[in-house]
Design a protein around this ligand. Structure first.
Ligand code: PMP
Length: 291
């Protein structure tokens, strides 16, 4: 299906959208992005995604030349133009155009692209039966080199390599550790474990993206009187958890039933996980910014 995209403020058909060959995002992964979902004609956590995009850009000294309000309007306009009610939205901002690494020698006019797509990361039965996950050897980069809180384009080659490791053994996801060996996150999702009725998830300082789905689940859990703790986790904590699940805009909330061939709890999605998934689905349907 041909869709419209917004490229630098212009609404054009996706086939006609052209980006310069020397765009720094294409040449060096020098840019930032967001993946957002719309449910039921409303964009879920739009403000949070736009805020994170601007924070990522600020950390990389990429000056986004339009206001957050203008960005928000552009995102809504693409969803409207494509007549979407449920879709995945991709917002990409690169530093600008120019050959060579040195940002002094490029044109500082960030390329801003907004597009929509259908995206179902896993078939529906996986949400019922849960994912098999393996620990991968690719680690999340330490914040001293590339802070994982920055949702940068270039960072994702690491996650792609990690995903390929998981694919190689037929796993649904790969769990990444940080350099110290603590559990960080999956290749495109945050991780939660439940032990004795308490929800545990690694803190941002473990080297994770501060996921918006993660924050939503923490908020919903509190509303449901489920205690939540941000704490460093080791593989032992996951192997011996009662339940586990992953969260992300693309994957939403999905149970995780094994890690490295060890069943988590009963090896089936747990009761609390089911409750959290139900609360999350209900929240996505009943909140968000109308387009
Ligand atoms: N970690 C990584 C590495 C991701 O790419 C994502 C997806 N954006 C997440 C976690 C989950 O974040 P969110 O819930 O904001 O989509």
């Amino acid at each position: 299906m041909r869709r419209f995209v917004n490229l630098n403020g212009q609404m054009v058909s996706s086939a006609e959208a052209k980006i310069d060959l020397y765009d720094h995002g294409f040449l060096y992964g020098d840019g930032v992005f967001e993946g957002i979902r719309a449910y039921n004609g409303r964009i879920f956590k739009l403000q949070e995604h736009v805020d994170r995009l601007y924070h990522s850009a600020r950390a990389l000294m990429i000056h986004i030349p339009i206001s957050k309000e203008e960005m928000t309007e552009r995102i809504k306009a693409v969803v409207r133009e494509n007549g979407e009610t449920n879709c995945y939205i991709r917002v990409t901002v690169s530093r600008g155009v120019g050959l060579g690494l040195d940002p002094r020698h490029i044109r500082h006019e960030p390329t801003i692209a907004i597009s929509t797509a259908d995206l179902a990361l896993y078939p529906p039965d996986m949400y019922e039966n849960g994912l098999h996950v393996v620990t991968v050897s690719t680690r999340v980069p330490p914040a001293q080199s590339l802070d994982p809180r920055i949702k940068s384009l270039g960072r994702y080659i690491n996650n792609i390599l990690a995903k390929m490791e998981a694919n190689r053994v037929g796993a649904g996801e790969g769990l990444m550790l940080n350099i110290e060996g603590y559990v960080a996150e999956a290749t495109g999702d945050n991780i939660f474990v439940i032990k004795h009725g308490v929800l545990h998830t690694p803190p941002p300082s473990a080297g994770i993206l501060a996921g918006i789905t993660r924050a939503t689940v923490m908020m919903l859990a509190e509303e449901m009187d489920i205690p939540v703790r941000e704490t460093m986790l080791t593989l032992y904590d996951v192997y011996t958890a009662d339940e586990a699940f992953l969260t992300g805009t693309a994957a939403e909330v999905i149970p995780m039933v094994t890690l490295d061939d060890r069943p988590i709890g009963t090896g089936k999605p747990g009761e609390m996980t089911h409750r959290i998934i139900a609360a999350f689905r209900e929240h996505t349907q009943s909140s968000g910014t109308p387009v």
